[in-house]
Ligand binder design. Structure first.
Ligand code: SAH
Ligand code: MG
Length: 208
């Protein structure tokens, strides 16, 4: 698919990524001059929306994007919470399950050779994942423990010159939860990362 068509398709995928932020994700990834074979990874796949934006760039760059999720949703996706979607409940066990929707998204985008699913808890996968990363997008759970575990287990794998992108960073607590903002601050104050751009709640940092 041409990148224009892919970006238009991405907009139709269920998810929590406004168009401007999706395009910012795509553009930042596309600028990443890759030393092949480049390895990219996103934490938080949901139905594959950000995977299509990043996958569109990965395909052009010859990179592979790992798209990681346990596919049972975050706290705010569960029944009774703000972002619950009954269509994503698996009648087999009554649990939320986004895996087959994610698979269909990647298949429809013709990105099956570029976007590879990793199914499981983020910290378990991280402790068995040795490949250095040219790009990391953190968009997983927003609970304090989960967000910090994502940052602490994945950010050290980002190579010098590589990108660390964080979603749902809200300076104002009225706009959303704190943990993504806190890990963003931690990345900056670690001295290892500098901010290169931002769009909405997306922050793009580069490893020095
Ligand atoms: N990037 C997606 C949105 C991700 S929503 C998009 O563009 O639409 C956050 C996702 O993180 C949810 O699908 C949830 O299942 C996943 N998640 C939360 N905590 C996780 C954990 N500890 N391990 C793996 N996935 C997790
Ligand atoms: Mg998000």
């Amino acid at each position: 698919m041409r990148s224009d068509d892919l970006l238009a398709f991405a907009e139709t995928v269920k998810g929590f990524m406004p168009r401007a932020e999706g395009l910012a994700l795509y553009n930042a990834a596309l600028e990443q001059a890759a030393v092949l074979p480049a390895t990219w990874l996103e934490v938080g796949a949901w139905c594959g929306k950000s995977a299509v934006y990043l996958g569109a760039a990965a395909e052009q760059r010859g990179a592979v994007l790992y798209s990681l999720d346990h596919h049972h949703g975050s706290e705010e996706n569960q029944e009774g919470w703000e972002h619950f979607d009954p269509d994503l409940v698996d009648p087999f066990d009554g649990r939320l399950n986004t895996l087959s929707t994610w698979q269909r998204t990647i298949a429809r985008a013709l990105l099956e050779d570029t976007v590879i699913g990793l199914v499981g808890p983020s910290s378990v996968v991280a402790s068995h994942f040795d490949q250095p990363l040219d790009l990391l997008f953190i968009d997983g759970g927003h609970g304090r423990d989960v967000a910090w575990a994502d940052y602490e287990s994945w950010a050290p794998k980002v190579l010098a010159g590589g990108l660390l992108m964080i979603h749902d960073v809200f300076e104002d607590p009225n706009d959303g939860g704190r943990p993504p903002y806190e890990i963003y601050l931690a990345a900056l104050s670690s001295g290892h990362f500098e901010e290169t751009s931002r769009e909405g709640s997306l922050r793009v940092l580069r490893r020095r």
